[in-house]
Design a protein around this ligand. Structure first.
Ligand SMILES: [Zn+2]
Length: 417
């Protein structure tokens, strides 16, 4: 038997199987039930959320031999031909490769002829925003007064590129990105059916990386199945994608809170071997700090599908609010500058070391020996706190001049003796 990729094999064939798009399905199902069908529908949304899938199921619903229905039979020859992509009354066009007006004219040439087998002739135009202006004008004429046997189903990732005249003639449906939880449960179901072993955290990693696109999630899963040899563990999937296990990220936060530079750097050394993606690592760190800040102010309000809530709450109880704010802001600024550092590891380490340098916590003995050679005012407790506060404020306001001046003063003094 021919091997079929997961994204195609598991493409939904009925509305019920579409994930996370109930806000779009409700009006469509009602229209089908009441048999009040508009002549043009526009589906928008990011890649891989089900735009053309929904359009194909709709084409089956209005052409199924069993009658116009919310649940196409998937058994009749029309349903099966639509699924197989060989139904003559469903004309699918990829506008990205047919942008010219001649293409559109050719497409619409036979529009007045009745459908051959179905009830309706369905024009499914994908990536419709790619059409040229002349093409839109040609399409517009038909959209104004289409024959009764024609339905237009347009799909695009870029609705704002469509002329307003086209938009105003369509019923518009925006498909949302698929929520993480929904995506994880879908992957779980598919892998069970496919008889592939997995750890749930591995699916969370895959779903996160897919950023709301189910097709991306399935492609990544396919890659992971090959990489992990049919047993998806969080460690291997993380390794494949350069994403760290969340426990490892919590450890970074703990070392930061304890102002423990030695263990922190040793930890980075260890995770560096896993060819970690430092940009994603900073994103994770920022996410955790964000949840910790919420946990401190309103513990019940924290929300996260990705990280252990109890762990976040425990860390939040121990951390100073000022530290969390400072770590977050340093991470945010550092994330922007990461691309400019000679290498990502160096950039990442400098972000963490800057967090430690400006931390509000009492100075550990190791740091005192350095600052003991600094000017007298700085070694006194109050002086140090003031200096740190000033540095923190400078960092928070991104006031680079103040920052340079401050670090030059405190940095030079030990060497000058
Ligand atoms: Zn059917």
């Amino acid at each position: 038997m021919n091997y079929q990729v997961l994204a195609r094999k598991w493409r939904p064939h009925i509305f019920e199987d579409l994930m996370g798009q109930s806000h779009v399905l409700k009006p469509i199902l009602n229209a089908l039930k009441m048999n009040k069908l508009h002549h043009a529908y526009l589906f928008t949304g990011t890649r891989g959320v089900g735009k053309t899938t929904i359009a194909r199921i709709f084409a089956k619903s209005i052409n199924c031999e069993a009658g116009i229905t919310t649940l196409p039979c998937n058994q009749c020859s029309i349903c099966q031909d639509i699924d197989a992509g060989c139904f003559s009354d469903l004309i699918e066009v990829d506008a990205a490769s047919k942008t010219k007006v001649e293409d559109t004219r050719e497409l619409l040439e036979n529009i007045h002829y009745a459908p051959v087998r179905g009830r309706f002739k369905v024009y499914l135009i994908d990536e419709v925003h790619m059409l040229s202006n002349h093409s839109f004008n040609a399409l517009l004429k038909t959209l104004e007064e289409p024959p009764a046997h024609v339905k237009f189903l347009l799909a695009t990732t870029d609705a704002h590129k469509l002329p307003i005249t086209i938009l105003s003639r369509c019923l518009k449906f925006h498909l949302k990105k698929i929520p993480l939880k929904v995506m994880v449960s879908r992957l779980e179901k598919i892998l069970i059916e496919e008889k592939i072993e997995f750890e749930l955290p591995a699916l969370t990693i895959l779903s996160r990386m897919a950023e709301g696109s189910l097709r991306d999630a399935l492609s990544l899963t396919e890659q992971a199945i090959a990489y992990c040899q049919e047993h998806l563990t969080a460690e291997l999937v993380g390794e494949m994608l350069g994403v760290l296990d969340t426990e490892q990220i919590f450890k970074i936060v703990e070392y930061l809170m304890a102002n423990n530079a030695a263990d922190l750097l040793a930890h980075i050394d260890k995770i560096h071997e896993k060819s970690v993606n430092y940009e994603l690592l900073i994103d994770d760190l920022l996410n955790i700090l964000h949840q910790m800040a919420i946990a401190q102010i309103a513990p019940a309000a924290i929300y996260t599908d990705q990280y252990d809530k109890r762990k976040i709450q425990a860390l939040a109880q121990k951390a100073l609010p000022e530290d969390i704010q400072l770590f977050y802001q340093s991470g945010l600024i550092g994330r922007k500058d990461l691309a400019f550092s000679p290498d990502f590891r160096m950039g990442f380490e400098m972000i963490l070391l800057r967090m430690l340098a400006f931390q509000m916590q009492p100075v550990a003995s190791a740091q005192t020996s350095v600052s003991s050679q600094a000017p007298a005012a700085a070694t006194e407790g109050g002086g140090r706190t003031n200096q740190v506060t000033a540095l923190a404020e400078a960092l928070l306001s991104e006031n680079v001049d103040t920052l340079n001046h401050q670090s030059a003063t405190s940095g030079d003094s030990p060497e000058k003796k």
